[in-house]
Ligand binder design. Sequence first.
Ligand code: NAD
Length: 358
Amino acid sequence: MSTTMQVELFERINPEEYQSVIFCNDRRVGLKAIIAIHNSNLGPGTGGCRMYPYKDTTAAVEDVLRLSKGMSYKAAISGLKLGGAKAVIIGNPKTDKTPELLKRFGQFVENLHGQYITAKDVGITGEDLMMVREQTRHILGIEGLAGSSGDPSPMTAFGVFNGMKAAARHAFGEAALKGKRIAVQGLGYVSYSLVRQLVNEGASVVGADVDNASVARFQREFGIDIVSPDNILAEKCDILSPNALGAVINAQSIPQIQAKVIAGAANNQLATDEDGFELMRRGIVYAPDYAINAGGLINIYHERGGYDAARAMDHTGGIYRTIEEVLARADKENLPPHRIADRIAEERIAAGSAAIKG
Ligand code: NAD
């Protein structure tokens, strides 16, 4: 690495913002990983481990910093006694992953004595986590293991369903989704549970996916309408639910959006901060992504001390109140909801865990 690049990396890691950034290097097993603990005012830094073939170390650092900060905000807005952290392993998950590499990563996690709690993310499977777990106790969300909370998607969907109702109440004066036309982008795991709840509630659902098998399954099981993925964002509807990709709310898509509410599970839905302001100007109610999609994180939080599904569900149902609070305050302070969500999260992080109930 060039000296300039090293200087840039040190400059990028603002010590006032990030608590610690740990570089995990073991040539013997080919491990290059970075663990970023953004903040632990509210509890141990918690966040999944991602494996991805980053083009260089700078790109990996950028990603882990951004993601770990996002976890702090998500935990704080959800009222969890958890801090924000994330890990990235630099490498191709298809070709570079070995049991030795995963176990060595587990040792690095264990050496942090619980300051960092790891979990699954892109490029890491449940089986991989079992390897990591051989070396560390500081791990959550291993599907299939006794005491685990299992697949997070149904809980994520339950949170989106509740947050959507709060946003509907704000926009239309009533939380009921019966008779509402809801456009769903992406017919994957989260949408599967979400669409079932929407259809049961009497909503009219129109969906789109690039994968024909998913489309066929949703048509067969739920009898929903289907449009082309190119048209779903512009579909005439009351509510738009992005459940596929990030950055779909952008300068190109916003003028085409017919919905009065945007409420979905996808991460980083707004391409830019300005896009959130533009939605506000157009009177489109936006449920901030990391607040409405926190059901998965809330679910693994309730693994601590023995998984309690009822408490996890009750807590996830509270996403209704979170979205309600964010939207009410957004109106009062005349700021877009995504900015208000950040503000609430920052206030809670500054106040510390003693201010969090439960
Ligand atoms: P998934 O991969 O099961 O589903 C995504 C679906 O979107 C796939 O069926 C894919 O074919 C489809 N898709 C991709 N590009 C598309 C396009 N251009 N147009 C339409 N469809 C497209 O993922 P998931 O687990 O259902 O998660 C959905 C979103 O929610 C993702 O953005 C994910 O990061 C986010 N999220 C998921 C969870 C969770 O618990 N699974 C938690 C928080 C956030």
